[in-house]
Design a protein around this ligand. Sequence first.
Ligand code: NAD
Ligand code: TYD
Length: 351
Amino acid sequence: MHNTILITGGAGFIGSHVVRLFVNNYPHYQIINLDALTYAGNLENLKDIKDKPNYKFVKGDITDESFIDELFATHQFDGVIHLAAESHVDRSIMDPLAFIRTNVMGTAVLLNAARKYWKDNYEGKLFYHVSTDEVYGSLGAEGFFTEETAYDPRSPYSASKASSDHFVNAYYHTYHLPVVISNCSNNYGSNHFPEKLIPLAIHNIKNNKPVPVYGKGENVRDWLFVEDHARAIDTIFHKGRVGETYNIGGFNEWKNIDLINLLCMIMDKKLQRAPGTSAKLITFVKDRAGHDLRYAIDATKLNKELGWAPSLQFEEGLEKTVDWYLANEEWLEHVTSGAYQDYYSEQYQKR
Ligand code: NAD
Ligand code: TYD
């Protein structure tokens, strides 16, 4: 039984869904959400649960060792679910060191604090590290990533996540810290920051702006609805075996251009535009450096061992996602004003 749980990165996209699920489903748990509120962190994502008695927000940086030590000393955590990270591949190409700081150093600081504060009694404790399928590198036309696939990260983002996974495993083998890791495919859903493909395309289509598709749009991603990821994290946190890795995926591969065409059709319908209107905005732009061709997860282990399966068909999930963005214009306006404009110009102007 884990009673006081630290969730890092809980103001971000996936983290906010995980925090909400834990706060609502486990009223007897105390959930501490630690987040530095970078450009990607937004407390508006959690306004529906902010006053719940079993929820507390703490602003802070996971790379700040003395702050993290103090937090562990104060709260006596039983479990950690670690999601805080720099998460966008294009930003990692612009500024790799920021990714090493947060994803590698930040994870190591948390592991070390857990080791120090739990060392006398690991009973009932768990350090859950949330990672990505991108650590496995890039697939050709065939095959899937399994838990046995060798790591082969190819972007600064995936290299930093791979490194953090290695540290988690090192703390398990060296100090017997009770850990579990999951590696998930691309998520989509509400509260997704519009630097990533799906929310960026929704935002641009709505505003009649070009929809940038890298290269020829032939890269393939395996998409999972974010609430299904949060449910998988809940399942693994409570039932996963210590020291194990679980792959999480949607069994749902889409070529980028096919996905964008589907999204354009949904947007035409929702915005009552003539069929084909949104697709005219598709603009092929310079490819991402080192662009991984294909990701595809084999989530059989999680399904067979712990009984998890995705709940939504992609078309249904995508429509729900579009509905959310169209109903939450204020959220989009808040996150795309200010610094977002500078990022957007730097990333897309020269393409
Ligand atoms: P996100 O960028 O939306 O959110 C990251 C959160 O971490 C933000 O709230 C940010 O403020 C916080 N944060 C960043 N640096 C911090 C620091 N130094 N200290 C404290 N907080 C900090 O990311 P996301 O898409 O929600 O991803 C969450 C986790 O899931 C990440 O570890 C990511 O690698 C992993 N993941 C993401 C996906 C995906 O499709 N988005 C897929 C698989 C795994
Ligand atoms: P993204 O959402 O950044 O996730 P990841 O790189 O982690 O998979 O990108 C998803 C796919 O969409 C990826 O193949 C890159 C591509 N892409 C575009 O074609 N245009 C864009 O503007 C963005 C942000 C991504």
